[in-house]
Design a protein around this ligand. Structure first.
Ligand SMILES: *Cc1c(COP(=O)(O)O)cnc(C)c1O
Length: 303
């Protein structure tokens, strides 16, 4: 499984310096692999190895029509000798959007389920039914979050310097949970949920940490003010910010996750949220594959 054999070390670059001797860095997880991007590479790594070790030849997983996780799984499957099935929330609209078209071209079998069915994705009975229908598959939950994903995400911290703040965008919170297991007590992790419902997310993160049998030594907090109305919702202000960011720093952000997080960090910097003399590390979790679809959906330009 050559795709997951490299150590996954990604560069850290200085973004800017701010009043109060505050420095902002970015860890470029978006550069980890050309197709299996960012945190999805981290989350899939030990799952794909496990599926392979246990002798499965098929992966089944879940996601929305623009899902970075579905896209990453579809890309990783063939590289690991595994077939992939994607259970997609809602209708699969033809012609396929760029995310699903790419996934399908890589051999993923796309199966649309209603939103009601999709809500049962974690239900053991529903999962058993899927396994009956599609053969004995290795099941990866939505967003790739499970105990093995935490193990992969903890590796983001390997070989990095000390930072006072680690900032990460959150969907399911699996990446944040993994980071927590890799960090120490003098580090604070700030999670920026890309969806509404921060309270619920906090419980989910505690739950997956429990499942993994680890407790966090690092402090952590969810910053819930920057979801822009919900998952994949955007505003002109957000788009303008991302375009400016790209022009200024030559780094492309995605509108669903990293754009909102960086907007949030910039806003917090203005508000004087961060301690003086602190070093902030923002993680670019990737997700750039989704830009084209969102651009088309809203008729905007980010790239
Ligand atoms: C999936 C994804 C996230 C969210 O990761 P979780 O582990 O589900 O919190 C953040 N950023 C990007 C770019 C993603 O694709």
């Amino acid at each position: 499984m050559k795709i997951f054999e490299h150590p996954g070390q990604t560069p850290v670059q200085l973004i800017d310096r701010y009043e109060g001797n505050i420095e902002l860095f970015m860890k470029r997880e978006d550069l980890i692999h050309p197709l299996v991007s960012g945190n999805k590479w981290r989350k899939l790594k030990y799952n794909m190895i496990e599926a392979h070790t246990l002798g499965y030849n098929r992966i089944i997983t879940f996601g929305g029509a623009f899902s970075n996780h579905v896209h990453a799984t579809a890309a990783a499957g063939p590289a690991c000798g595994l077939e992939t099935i994607g259970i997609i929330r809602g209708d699969i609209v033809e012609p396929l959007n760029p995310t699903l078209r790419q996934a399908s071209e890589w051999g993923m079998k796309l199966v649309a389920v209603t939103r009601e069915e999709y809500r049962m994705r974690s239900d053991p009975e529903f999962q058993a039914e899927l396994k009956k229908r599609f053969g004995n598959c290795y099941l990866i939950p939505e967003g790739g979050t499970n105990v093995l994903a935490l193990k992969g995400c903890a590796e983001i911290t390997i070989g990095t310097e000390k930072y006072d703040y680690w900032c990460v965008s959150c969907g399911t919170g699996g990446t944040l949970a993994g980071l927590l297991t890799g960090l120490g007590p003098d580090e604070t992790v700030l999670g920026f949920p890309a969806l509404k419902g921060g309270l619920f997310l906090k419980e989910e993160i505690k739950q997956v940490l429990n499942l993994a049998g680890v407790s966090s030594r690092a402090r952590w907090e969810l910053i819930t003010d920057y979801h822009f109305g919900g998952y994949a919702k955007i505003s002109k202000e957000l788009v303008d910010f991302m375009v400016d960011f790209r022009k200024h720093y030559q780094i492309l952000l995605d509108p669903i996750y990293t754009g909102k997080m960086m907007f949030g960090i910039a806003d917090l910097l203005k508000q004087g949220f961060f301690r003086e003399n602190s070093r902030i590390l923002a993680i670019h979790t990737g997700g750039l594959q989704g830009i084209t679809g969102i651009e088309k959906k809203y008729g905007i330009n980010i790239k």
